[in-house]
Design a protein around this ligand. Sequence first.
Ligand SMILES: O=C[C@H](O)[C@H](O)[C@H](O)COP(=O)(O)O
Length: 238
Amino acid sequence: MRSVARRASQDELKKQVGFKAVDDYVKSGTVIGLGTGSTAAFAVERVGEKLKSGELKDIIAIPTSIRTKEQAEGLGIPLATLDTHSDLDVAIDGADEVDPALNLVKGGGGALFREKIVEMCAKKFIVIVDESKLCDGLGPGFPVPVEIVPFCHEHTMRQIAALPALAGCEPVLRLGNVANNQKDGDEPAITDNGNYIVDLKCSPQRPCGRWRTAQGDGGCGGPWPLHRHDHRLHCGWL
Ligand SMILES: O=C[C@H](O)[C@H](O)[C@H](O)COP(=O)(O)O
């Protein structure tokens, strides 16, 4: 019973922060990036609600996943792609972990690749999390997802594991449903882009703040080193 109550209160927190992000940062006539995940879904819901009530008009939205696209279509939110609208006023999305320097782990829901492309095009990037996502160092609390191509994926996983900055981390191929990092199937999870995801499990002794070099070494994903000075990034949490 308590876990149901806790989940309900966490959903309420997600709804509050998702709705507030839209109320505070989305104006009529803007182009917005719509994130993916259970928290971002509340922001998408709020955009649809305000379009329906007439509080918002002339919105163009860029979804970061097929499932966000489908949710937005169901709400009547006008959609486009970066091919026609690559200058976004704001993007709103959740995160799996946030460290004190506002570096993020994203991709727990399998959408990291498109999220990163869309959210890097936004003048302002609003990250909405509940306090359970806050951490001292990325990685030990949540495996860091990296999207890789299926071609010779075991070789790629060995290459990732061999990166000096990732010594001691265990790359695990995501199996089953791509929308979570739980093993709920026997086949590799497939992203919207037809790729695989490797979840990097690291030890408490190796927070991945040092992993920026891994990303610099041709990592395809991994931690988002968005520094505090990144004027675009605003992180709200309850
Ligand atoms: O791939 C999915 C995204 O990175 C999500 O924003 C992230 O996983 C957080 O999702 P949630 O709000 O459901 O915890």
